[in-house]
Design a protein around this ligand. Structure first.
Ligand code: GLY
Length: 569
């Protein structure tokens, strides 16, 4: 095409750039899920399309993976209220381009007025509704402190990172079908467990495409933007949280909020078959379980046994049984209880643990010490890689779906029900007939044991996989399977995430399998003596694979099981 004059050319260039900027702008009312993206520069996989788009927009603005993680996390608090949060907590694991590996613990803590028997009635029976529903179920939220602890590794101003979340809360976004179902199903609980009606309640039923506007949440986010971490833990928001506690018989005080700090921890690191694995230490059990299980199976050549054969499922099941028995007995917040981590992950100990493993014959959980392990599966994970080689994995949670279902009046955000992750009744059989452990008993200021397992796998000193998932106690076992699927069974990232998964957690003594799990394998496992139980879905994994050749090839996969979306450029 020939242009008659430079003005015409200028006009065309101007029009093209305007339409490019338009194309880049996130439209919160029209968007689609994308389950896989291949690209070269950077990628984000998270539980929600708008949040993944926000993350990639930050990368495109020149932000690094930490910046993108912060912006994605804040966006999730708006567009994925079931688990994205500022009223909950979580963990970040990152590999920085300078070679440093970090982990940030922003897990909730027990309030100063909590005590180990606070969820027992006069007869000593657990009242699970109190640890799961409403004001008393909440630990001190850690997410905002975690975000500011991560800021020192970011590069863009905080106001740039929080702006998309503010706009999504203020102007609204179209909810999807699953969210409409959630809001309709939980309507009565939202009414019962709140002192004023939250934005998720309206008179007519919700449907996909309806707009959710969260003005109070937008104001809270603006206060955090303007006043930083103190904008949440002190001043107006803190006062609203304390007022909410007073109205709803909760126990979080102004002093509890003021004293909360996120903690940088030394990440768990170990090698598995020429890969270097970086994951989360206590107070998450995730990294320890990952290391125990992978080290228990490392010498047994699971690759030759083939994916989903009875032999490979049995091997993983028996390793998981042993790791979860240890979890129940020994694991808790290492700042409060002595946990023999070094022994638990040592080669000698793990070899001894597998001594009585008999291929073809089911083990059983009766002879091992018991512990009650119960966690909800409403958590959320985001995986990010940037152009410079920073890799970030963040798993965050309110615990149950929509946490305690209690919104702080006037502040517009949901509080967690994370107190239920403590052993509500240590040492005594619970409602399922299992025992809880002392190491995870409630104590003021203590962090409840978690299973969240944000993980980065390095190969040849470069980030190879960034992975994580929600799923309560199934989190570490899902991650183990995604890793074994790729490292041992040589699967594509897509298959590693999406093919059926299974889980064993010592007690109850059963293998949980997804509904499309191979039925011949189930029959063989039953013949060995295992109880096999079908479950709808295990986890929603976000996995990014990075391959290095002449150019870098990134493949980001968002789990088929949810509304998860992968974006990249
Ligand atoms: N609330 C789920 C976990 O922390 O593992």
């Amino acid at each position: 095409m020939k242009f008659k004059n430079p003005i015409q050319l200028l006009l065309i260039v101007l029009l093209m750039s305007v339409s490019m900027v338009r194309a880049q702008k996130i439209d919160p009312f029209h968007y689609q899920q994308q389950k896989k993206v291949t690209c070269t520069k950077g990628a984000v996989a998270s539980a929600n399309a708008l949040a993944s788009k926000v993350g990639v927009s930050i990368l495109k603005k020149g932000g690094n993976a930490i910046d993108a993680a912060i912006a994605t996390q804040l966006a999730l608090a708006v567009v994925y209220p079931g688990a994205g949060n500022i009223g909950g907590g979580g963990f970040m694991v990152a590999h920085l381009k300078n070679g440093k590996n970090i982990s940030i613990d922003f897990r909730e803590t027990a309030p100063s007025q909590s005590n180990r028997d606070m969820y027992l009635d006069k007869k000593g029976n657990p009242q699970m509704n109190l640890s799961q529903d409403g004001h008393l179920a909440s630990g001190i939220p850690g997410s905002v402190a975690g975000i500011f602890a991560a800021m020192k590794y970011g590069s863009l101003p905080f106001k740039t990172l929080i702006q998309p979340a503010i706009e999504l809360a203020e102007k609204g976004f179209s909810i999807n079908a699953n969210q409409a179902d959630d809001f309709n199903e939980l309507k009565n609980e939202f009414i019962q467990l709140n002192t004023s009606l939250p934005a998720f309640v309206k008179t007519t039923p919700w449907k996909a495409g309806d707009i959710l506007i969260q003005k109070d949440l937008a104001n809270t986010l603006k206060l955090i933007r303007d006043k930083g971490v103190k904008g949440f833990y002190e001043g107006e928001i803190a006062e609203l949280i304390v007022a909410e506690m007073t109205k709803g018989k909760g126990i979080i005080t102004a002093d509890d909020l003021k004293k909360y700090t996120a903690k940088e921890r030394t990440a768990i690191e170990f090698d598995y078959k020429s890969h270097h694995i970086i994951s989360m230490p206590l107070p998450s059990s995730g990294g320890i379980i990952l290391q125990q299980v992978l080290k228990m199976i490392e010498q047994k050549n699971i690759g030759e046994m083939k994916f989903q054969s009875a032999a490979s499922v049995q091997l993983l099941t028996e390793a998981e049984r042993r790791a979860f028995a240890d979890r129940a007995e020994y694991l808790g917040d290492g700042d409060f209880v002595k946990v023999p981590v070094k022994t638990l992950v040592s080669d000698d100990y793990l070899k001894e643990r597998m001594k009585d493993y008999s291929p073809g014959i089911a083990g059983n959980s009766q002879s091992t010490k018991q512990g009650y392990i119960k966690e909800s599966d409403e958590t959320t994970h985001l995986s990010i890689i940037d152009a410079a080689g920073n890799a970030v994995a963040v798993t965050t949670t309110l615990n149950g779906s929509y946490g305690s279902r209690t919104v702080v009046s006037g502040a517009g955000f949901l509080l967690n029900n994370e107190m239920d992750d403590f052993s509500v009744k240590p040492g005594v059989p619970n409602m399922y007939g299992a025992l809880g452990a002392e190491a995870n008993a409630i104590y003021p200021g203590k962090r409840m044991l978690s299973s969240m397992t944000p993980t980065i796998v390095m190969k040849n000193n470069q980030p190879y996989l960034v992975v994580g998932t929600p799923g309560g106690t199934t989190i570490p076992t899902s991650i183990i399977q995604s890793l074994v699927n790729m490292i041992d069974f040589k699967m594509s990232p897509e298959d590693a995430v999406n093919l059926p998964k299974f889980h064993h957690q010592w007690l109850p003594d059963e293998i949980i399998v997804e509904k499309d799990f191979n039925s011949a394998t189930i029959q063989q496992l039953e013949a060995m003596g295992y109880k096999v139980v079908k479950k709808q879905a295990i986890g929603r994994t976000e996995l990014i694979e990075i391959k290095y050749g002449k150019t870098r090839k990134i493949t980001a996969i968002a789990d088929k099981r949810g509304d998860d979306t992968a974006e990249g450029y």
